[in-house]
Design a protein around this ligand. Structure first.
Ligand code: 13P
Ligand code: SF4
Length: 348
């Protein structure tokens, strides 16, 4: 975070961090916005949380804390500020609200959704529970509060395996990301089925499965292919490739490392490969390049997250000025969702 409220000093501080990734004329405009955001943040006793996918000018200026979904959920649980401005997508802001029911949580854009969160409803989960009674439901945090409310425990890409193993049960329902579920099934040695592939098929009588998945996908990570990896390796034989676990198991297997956005950042920081390629939202490559000017980050930027990219410094300033967009969750849903989020946080 840069704590400046003076636009010129803010510009100089941002330039020192971002001269190699953001053009100078844009930095001047962004610095003015960032300085005003900092002034309002102090006036309103707000905290700003920024996901690792935020564009470089935002990520490197106003957030008090940056991180992956799990790290930001933990920060949200600890804050004593009155207002939380979540520079991320709706499900993340909802998680912050679930952990802080008495505080105002703001999401700077109403359009910041997520294809995974949109892939499943609370009624879908109730139907799965009817079909597989007594089987605990592990729900990826990339879901809305009403889906979390139907679940036993949440997980993120940073702790999915640990959460599944913490349950100590033979079988789990793991929703809604098909690829994350397949990747976790591989790591934990569980055989996974997808009842929605053939709704007429009666899996209930079969004994040879330990995971029940759903067919949701991230519209960004779904696009990366093994062919992309082969092409990049042909051009850069000594590249190190990192894939988010929302990528297909084939892409993860063809990569050198897989982990949450936070784990990917730490991997790059702690290694010294000649080139890196991140198979995830492209803005994160800029953020790593800004913090590590000595590292050569290759980018595949034709695939962008349209939701994360909604959040800009302009919207963040409007959010603080107008107190928008306030996250509201009905009380009964909030209380039930809190149990599954808090159970996840307690795992550590
Ligand atoms: P992380 O939890 O790894 O930050 O991922 C969130 C996300 O939405 C990835 O697409
Ligand atoms: Fe959702 Fe994918 Fe965007 Fe992450 S990158 S917020 S999973 S659509």
């Amino acid at each position: 975070m840069i704590a400046e409220t003076n636009p010129e000093k803010m510009y100089q501080a941002m330039k020192a961090k971002l001269a190699n990734v953001v053009p100078d004329f844009e930095l001047k405009i962004k610095a003015e916005l960032a300085a005003e955001i900092n002034r309002l943040k102090a006036e309103k006793n707000a905290v700003i949380l920024g996901h690792n996918y935020m564009e470089a000018a935002l990520f490197n200026s106003v957030p008090d804390f940056v991180g992956d979904s799990l790290e930001l959920a933990r920060k949200a649980a600890q804050t004593d500020k009155d207002i939380i401005v979540f520079c991320g997508v709706r499900f993340m802001a909802e998680t912050a609200k679930i952990l802080n029911p008495g505080k105002t949580v703001l999401l700077p854009s109403e359009k910041a959704g997520c294809s995974l969160a949109a892939s499943i409803t609370a009624e879908d989960v109730r139907e799965l529970k009817r079909r597989f009674p007594g089987v605990p439901v592990v729900t990826y945090v990339n879901t809305y509060a009403d889906v979390k409310a139907e679940s036993d425990i949440c997980c993120t890409s940073g702790n999915a395996q640990a959460v599944v193993e913490s349950l100590n049960t033979e079988t789990v329902i793991f929703i809604p990301d098909e690829y994350l579920a397949k990747n976790v099934a591989k790591e934990t040695g569980k055989h996974i089925i997808f009842p929605t592939m053939d709704p007429r098929k009666k899996f209930e009588g079969e004994l040879d499965y330990q995971m029940i998945g759903w067919l949701g996908r991230c519209e960004v990570h779904d696009k990366f292919t093994v062919e992309d990896i082969e092409n990049v390796r042909k051009q850069f034989p000594d590249v190190t490739i990192l894939a988010h676990p929302e990528c297909s198991p084939e892409v993860v297997a063809a990569s050198d490392f897989s982990g949450s956005t936070g784990a990917m950042i730490r991997f790059v920081e702690n290694s010294s490969a000649p080139h890196y390629l991140l198979l995830t939202e492209c803005a994160m490559g800029d953020n790593i390049a800004a913090a590590n000017p000595d590292k050569d980050m290759l980018r595949l930027c034709s695939v962008r997250c349209p939701h994360m990219n909604q959040i800009t410094l302009e919207d963040t300033l409007e959010s603080l000025r107008k107190n928008q967009y306030v996250i509201e969750i009905p009380e009964d849903i909030l209380q039930r969702a809190a149990r599954s989020v808090e159970r996840m946080i307690a795992i550590g």
